[in-house]
Design a protein around this ligand. Structure first.
Ligand SMILES: [Zn+2]
Length: 153
């Protein structure tokens, strides 16, 4: 039987877990091309939004609210870009996608973390696909610390 990476996350994979609910978990994304970028991951294996159960939709609705509230309050995000793409799974011969949703906070002015300014130079436009997502570890840890505290209040 094939194993799904998203169904068997290691403790290392969960290092940047921000929040765990009944059906969903929220992680700070490896890529921080937009500061505070997160991924919402369904805890059970499911391929599509259209296959969500009612209680999973309910939790997702609340989690979208919670996540946006945190990104705005803690990081000063102006708005959030939400996307459920799943495209990379379809590069495989037998695609078996695991539902997850990306959220990219967008900023109308630079956000400063540990004295380092990060500008959203595409603000008002589609998020960039070729922007570097690598930021200093100390800055990523600071973003994680701030969001985690607020998400678990
Ligand atoms: Zn899975």
């Amino acid at each position: 039987m094939d194993t799904c990476d998203w169904c068997s996350l290691s403790e290392e994979d969960k290092r940047f877990q921000l929040y765990e609910g009944k059906s969903w978990s929220v992680f700070l994304a490896d890529e921080q091309d937009y500061i505070g970028r997160c991924i919402l991951v369904l805890k059970r294996h499911c391929s599509s939004l259209s296959d969500l159960k009612d209680d999973e939709w309910d939790e997702l609705r609340n989690l979208v609210r919670k996540t946006e509230e945190c990104l705005k309050a803690v990081l000063g995000a102006t708005l959030c870009n939400w996307s459920c793409l799943m495209n990379s799974f379809y590069k495989e011969a037998s695609p078996d996608p695991h539902l997850h949703i990306h959220v990219r906070p967008r900023y109308d002015k630079p956000i400063v973390i540990n004295g380092n300014p990060y500008a959203d130079s595409e603000f008002g436009h589609h998020y960039a696909l070729n922007k570097s997502g690598i930021i200093p570890a100390a800055d990523k840890n600071e973003v994680y610390r701030r969001l985690k505290e607020r998400m678990n209040r």
